[in-house]
Design a protein around this ligand. Structure first.
Ligand code: ZN
Length: 483
């Protein structure tokens, strides 16, 4: 497929206030003109999405999305954390209780409640993503609010019933070249297998996220190890068998397209213990006898083990550290994980990554991509590390900072030390399918705005900025993630 395509809807969006053409570009006329030119060349490049959390069943089954609330509100923790913070109960937004207690099932009522509170999203990236989807996919051009909630609902519901709005048709319309989902080693990857056997040509790949069998503090860790043994045929209660199970499962994931692993640890700690010490620690973890510090050491040891395996099988490694999960115990008890109650914590990298880097940091055949929820580390730790170690790359602004200003701060705080080529392009990291084009568009605009300032300052020539815009959007992500 040609990397250039017709504009998303084939109609001019220039008059639509929900999708302003100069969105996020510099206000200075000279820099704005440069940003427009740079953006023009990357606007329609294919989407390469190397890390995210969309549901592979969507692509495998290609069923219509049910209704506007189920699509936009119920699965999006950015939306309901904001509404919750203003006193709206999660039950009223259709979030299911663990204990089977009542929650709203009327999709229209959920949508109306959301529309009545749409003003809460002013100034947030959620607002920009949603407006982009409303404008480009549903041809809406009036700001959502209580007065037009029903009109919005009807328009979106009507479109969702059309074949052009099925997951596969949208995949093609979004011009997605490849998208990665994220699965646990215990996942049978049925959808990915079905996709391999189908005649649809969309490229959907998995990624290996072993937290449930690597983290002694993960819910059901011991039972997870039992299942890990069943799916791999390895004795996962011995250290050697456990490591073999990882090797086998990584190979299985690789056979279904995986090019990367992902590790969501509370900290970036890595360890490099002697084999006997690692084995002893594993034995304690299996018995549930680890102290908090020992559990931390075990996770840290596993990062180094995973890096060693990556050198053998070539999978790119990603670390997403620093989230304190389930910060709100009452909400966790009622609704479980991933309900918008995870919080960033200060994160150390220079010391924490040292054991792994001492062993593998000089290897240019290893790619370790590090993310952060601690923006103070960009210039103090991450850019200097990535600007030195051949194995290390800097993941894009993540989660709370996957926003226009967050991405701008990322460039401003890392580029002078790490350059552009120790970064890896953009990750949308989303479960909200319809936000994917909006998120990539935002990243392209922010990069073009940043590059335009460098050109206007005479720090870069415009032809170099144009190359960079292309690399940051497309080539860098493909090369780094081996896609
Ligand atoms: Zn993620």
């Amino acid at each position: 497929m040609s990397p250039h395509r017709a504009h998303v809807t084939g109609v001019s969006l220039s008059d639509n206030p929900l999708a302003p053409p100069d969105l996020l570009f510099p206000v200075e006329p000279a820099a704005r003109a440069i940003a427009r030119r740079l953006y023009y060349h990357v606007r329609d490049l294919p989407i390469v999405s190397p890390h995210g959390h969309t549901d592979p069943r969507w692509y495998a089954e290609d069923r219509p999305f049910p209704d506007p609330a189920t699509l936009f509100v119920i699965p999006d923790h950015y939306i309901f954390r904001m509404l919750y913070s203003q006193g709206i109960a999660l039950e009223a937004l259709g979030v299911r209780c663990r204990d089977g207690g009542p929650s709203e099932t009327d999709s229209r009522r959920i949508w109306t409640l959301f529309a009545e509170h749409y003003h809460l999203f002013r100034g947030t990236p959620t607002r920009v993503w949603l407006d982009h989807a409303f404008a480009t996919l549903f041809d809406l051009n009036e700001r959502l609010g209580p007065a037009n909630a029903a009109f919005y609902y009807e328009r979106i519901a009507e479109r969702l019933s059309q074949p052009e709005f099925r997951p596969r048709a949208l995949f093609e319309r979004f011009n997605i070249e490849v998208i990665a989902t994220t699965e646990s080693p215990l996942d049978p990857l049925d959808s990915h297998r079905a996709l391999r056997e189908s005649d649809w040509s969309g490229r959907v790949i998995t990624a290996y996220r072993p937290d449930p069998v690597v983290d002694p503090d993960f819910e059901g860790f011991r039972e997870n190890l039992v299942r890990f043994g069943e799916v791999t045929g390895c004795d996962t209660f011995t250290w050697r068998g456990y490591l073999d199970a990882h090797r086998k499962r990584r190979a299985f994931f690789k056979s279904l397209g995986a090019t990367a692993t992902d590790h969501g640890h509370p900290s970036a700690l890595t360890c490099d213990l002697a084999p006997t010490a690692a084995e002893a620690l594993f034995a304690k973890a299996v018995l549930g006898d680890c102290t908090a510090q020992e559990a931390e050491s075990f996770r840290g040891q596993m990062l180094t083990e995973m890096a060693a395996m990556s050198l053998d099988d070539g999978l790119v490694m990603q670390i997403h550290p620093g989230a304190m999960r389930n910060h709100n115990p009452q909400l966790f008890a009622r609704f479980g994980r991933d309900i918008g109650a995870d919080m960033p914590t200060p994160t150390d990298y220079v010391r924490a990554l040292k054991p792994l880097l001492d062993r593998f940091g000089n290897r240019s055949d290893l790619t370790l991509i590090v993310f952060t929820l601690d923006e103070t580390t960009y210039s103090r730790e991450l850019a200097p590390l990535a600007g030195h170690y051949p194995a290390l790359r800097l993941g894009p602004a993540w989660w709370f900072y996957d926003s226009a200003d967050g991405m701008r701060r990322f460039r401003e705080l890392t580029t002078e030390t790490a350059g552009f080529y120790n970064c890896v392009g953009f990750n949308d990291d989303t479960r909200a399918y319809l936000s994917i084009p909006a998120r990539h568009d935002m990243a392209r605009r922010v990069d073009c705005a940043y590059l335009a300032r460098l050109v206007a300052d005479h720090r870069l020539a415009e032809d170099e900025a144009a190359d960079l815009a292309h690399d940051l959007t497309y080539h860098l992500v493909k090369r780094t993630y081996k896609l």
